[in-house]
Design a protein around this ligand. Structure first.
Ligand code: GDP
Ligand code: MG
Length: 163
């Protein structure tokens, strides 16, 4: 038994950085990967003894923070429907934005199983963002640094029961 994890959230929160860390390919080229569509990347993830499928929602980089286009919404909904669990990332250095609130609503309306990740939280960065994240009403946030590999053990313990 395994599961599929979709990494969702607005552009620039670190979704692809985390995807690459979990898949273990620093220079993951979209064309090299099987199961790739234009906007969704799929990979075989590994986190300690866990093996699972991970989906990165890409192709939204042109969407500005305070606009949520239909395409962004549809793409997220597609990823949510493909996944057993969604890892919803926010940027802990920026805190909760209006765009993050819209994503939280999408996930709630879709009835998704959500893990709330506060990324870019290396060291003490993201402390305030992690507190703010409680306000999204999605439970206890997990502090992560996709770039520096912090919080991976916490993520492991949260994902483990789903394996
Ligand atoms: P995406 O648009 O959500 O896929 O975000 P990316 O993975 O492309 O990352 C956006 C930017 O945030 C890049 O410049 C990354 O290097 C940076 N970034 C990603 N994760 C972290 C992190 O944990 N800490 C810090 N400080 N920067 C990060
Ligand atoms: Mg990306």
């Amino acid at each position: 038994m395994t599961f599929t994890l979709a990494i969702v959230g607005r552009p620039n929160v670190g979704k692809s950085t985390l995807f690459n860390r979990l898949v273990g390919r620093k220079l993951a080229l979209v064309d090299d990967q099987p199961g790739v569509t234009r906007d969704l990347r799929e990979g075989d993830a590994r986190l300690m003894d866990l093996r699972f499928t991970v989906i990165d929602t890409a192709g939204l980089e042109e969407v500005t923070d305070d606009s949520l286009q239909g395409r962004m919404r549809r793409l997220t909904e597609r990823a949510v429907d493909m996944a057993d669990i969604c890892l919803f990332l926010i940027d802990g250095r920026v805190g909760v934005t209006p765009s993050d609130e819209v994503f939280a609503d999408i996930l709630r309306k879709r009835g998704a199983t959500v893990i709330l990740g506060v990324n870019k939280a290396e060291g003490k960065a993201g402390d305030a963002g992690a507190i703010e994240a409680w306000g999204l009403g999605l439970g206890e946030p997990v502090r992560l640094s996709a770039e520096h590999g912090e919080g991976m053990e916490d993520l492991y313990h949260i994902l483990r029961p789903h394996a």
